[in-house]
Design a protein around this ligand. Structure first.
Ligand SMILES: NC(=O)c1ccc[n+]([C@@H]2O[C@H](COP(=O)([O-])OP(=O)(O)OC[C@H]3O[C@@H](n4cnc5c(N)ncnc54)[C@H](O)[C@@H]3O)[C@@H](O)[C@H]2O)c1
Length: 365
C-alpha cells in the first residue's frame, strides 16, 4: 500500500459495506478472498483500463486461479439490455454459479453493466466495484443503483443491488483524460453544494491544477463517498431525500437528450444544469443571488461550463416532461436554499423555468 487508506462504512437495508479510498487500494481485494474462492468468479473489466493498467490488475489477481474475464468495450452503447443478454449467456458458459462473485473494474458504464448482471443473474450474485474514473468513485459505485439502457432511453431497466465492497484506488486516475476528470469533478462539486461543507472548503482552497494531486483527489473521493453514503443510508430507494442528489440533473438530462448525447459530456450537462438550477433557486425565492454567484464562479474555476448559447428553451421544457423526475406534467427540482441546504421534489411553475432557460441558455447567458 502506498498511502493512507480511509474507509467509509455504508449501511443500508440492502447491505452493509465499506468504500475503501486511497492510493494502491486494489490489493485489498485479498480481504474478500473467502468470497472470491467460493466458486469461479467473473472479472468484468473495461478494455481501455485493461490496456493501461493490465499489469497491475494481473498482479492483484495473480494469487487467484479461479476466475474468467469478460472484457467490456468502451462506450455507453455497450451498457445495453441487448449486450446484457449476451453477457448472461457468457456467465453461464463460464461456470459462474449462485455462489460466485462479479468484480467490475472500470468507469460507471462498466460498473452499472456488471452490477445489473449481478443483480439479476441466478436471482442475484455478489458484486465488488473497482471504480477507475473519478465519476465512478464519487458517484456511481456508491449507493447500489445499477442499470442498462434501452434504445428508447438511458437507465430504463435496472435494480438496487448493493456491493460487498468498493475499492476506490486513486492510482487509476493518473491515466484519466482531463474531460473525464471534469465529469467526476462536476458530481463532486454538486456534493459540495448540496451538503458536504468540508468538500466545499477543499474546492474553495484549490484550483484545477492543485486538485489533481493524488492526495487531494483521494480526499475529494473520500468526502464525496461519505456524503453520498449518508444520503443513501437514509433513503436507499429514492423515496425521499435521495432526490437531492438530482441537483443539476433535471436540466442537465434535458440538455443531454435535446442534443441526443452528441457534442456534450455528462459533466458539462450537469454543470450547465447546476448553473440553471442555481438561478432557478434564486428566482424561486430560496437562495440569495450573491451565494449563487459564488457557486457559479467555483464551477468556472474548475473549467466546468456554466453558459452555452443556442439551447432551445421550449425543446428543453419538452425533454424535462419526459424525465423520470416529472410527475403530473410539472417538472420537479432539487434546489438550493444555501450551501448544504437543498430542498427536493419542488414543483416549479413552467413560466419560471422557461424564463431561466431563456436567460441562461437561449440568449447565451
Ligand atoms: N449507478 C449510478 O448511481 C450512476 C450515477 C452516475 C452515473 N452513472 C452512469 O455512469 C456512466 C458514466 O460513467 P463514467 O463517466 O465513468 O464513464 P465510462 O465508464 O464510459 O468511462 C469514461 C471513459 O474513461 C475511460 N477510463 C476509465 N477508467 C480510466 C482510467 N483509469 N484511465 C483512463 N481512461 C479510463 C473509459 O474507457 C471510458 O472511455 C453512465 O452510464 C451513467 O449512467 C451511474
Amino acid at each position: 500500500m502506498d498511502g493512507a487508506v480511509k474507509r467509509v462504512p455504508v449501511k443500508t437495508p440492502g447491505g452493509a459495506y465499506d468504500v475503501v479510498v486511497g492510493t494502491g487500494t486494489l490489493p485489498l481485494i485479498a480481504e474478500k478472498r473467502d468470497m472470491l474462492e467460493r466458486d469461479t468468479f467473473a472479472l468484468v473489466v473495461n478494455e481501455t483500463v485493461l490496456g493501461l493498467h493490465g499489469d497491475f490488475i494481473r498482479r492483484c489477481f495473480g494469487g487467484f486461479r479461479n476466475f474468467q474475464s469478460y472484457v467490456m468495450p468502451d462506450g455507453e452503447e455497450h451498457k445495453s439490455y441487448r449486450h446484457a443478454e449476451q453477457a448472461f449467456d457468457w456467465l453461464l458458459e463460464s461456470g459462474i454459479s449462485r455462489r460466485s462473485t462479479i468484480v467490475a473494474i472500470g468507469g460507471g458504464v462498466t460498473g452499472d453493466f456488471a452490477g445489473y448482471l449481478a443483480a439479476l443473474y441466478m436471482r442475484g450474485v455478489s458484486i465488488i466495484h473497482v471504480p477507475t474514473t473519478l465519476l465512478a468513485m464519487v458517484d456511481s459505485s456508491v449507493g447500489g443503483k445499477v442499470a442498462v439502457n434501452l434504445s428508447a432511453g438511458k437507465n430504463i431497466v435496472g435494480a438496487f443491488h448493493q456491493p460487498e465492497i468498493v475499492l476506490a484506488d486513486v492510482d487509476f486516475l493518473r491515466t484519466l483524460p482531463d474531460n473525464e476528470l471534469r465529469n467526476g469533478l462536476a458530481e463532486a462539486v454538486k456534493h459540495a453544494f448540496i451538503g458536504e461543507e468540508s468538500l466545499y472548503a477543499l474546492f474553495d482552497a484549490n484550483d484545477y491544477d492543485s486538485i489533481k494531486s493524488p492526495e487531494i483527489l483521494a480526499e475529494v473521493v473520500y468526502l464525496s463517498a461519505r456524503f453520498k453514503s449518508s444520503i443513501v443510508e437514509r433513503d436507499e430507494r429514492e423515496g425521499g431525500v435521495r432526490a437531492i442528489l438530482n441537483f443539476g440533473h433535471t436540466v442537465g438530462h434535458a440538455i443531454e437528450s435535446l442534443l441526443e448525447y452528441r457534442g456534450i459530456s455528462h459533466g458539462e450537462a450537469v454543470s450547465l444544469g447546476m448553473a440553471a438550477e442555481l438561478e432557478l433557486s434564486v428566482r424561486a425565492g430560496l437562495l440569495d443571488g450573491a451565494h449563487a454567484g459564488r457557486c457559479v464562479r467555483l464551477l468556472e474555476r474548475y473549467g466546468l461550463c456554466t453558459r452555452r448559447e443556442g439551447l432551445d428553451a421550449d425543446g428543453l421544457m419538452r425533454h424535462m416532461k419526459f424525465d423520470k423526475k416529472t410527475s403530473g406534467g410539472t417538472a420537479h427540482f432539487a434546489l438550493l436554499s444555501g450551501t448544504g441546504e437543498p430542498v427536493y421534489d419542488r414543483a416549479v411553475p413552467d413560466d419560471l423555468v422557461r424564463g431561466v432557460l431563456i436567460d441562461v441558455f437561449a440568449a447565451g447567458g
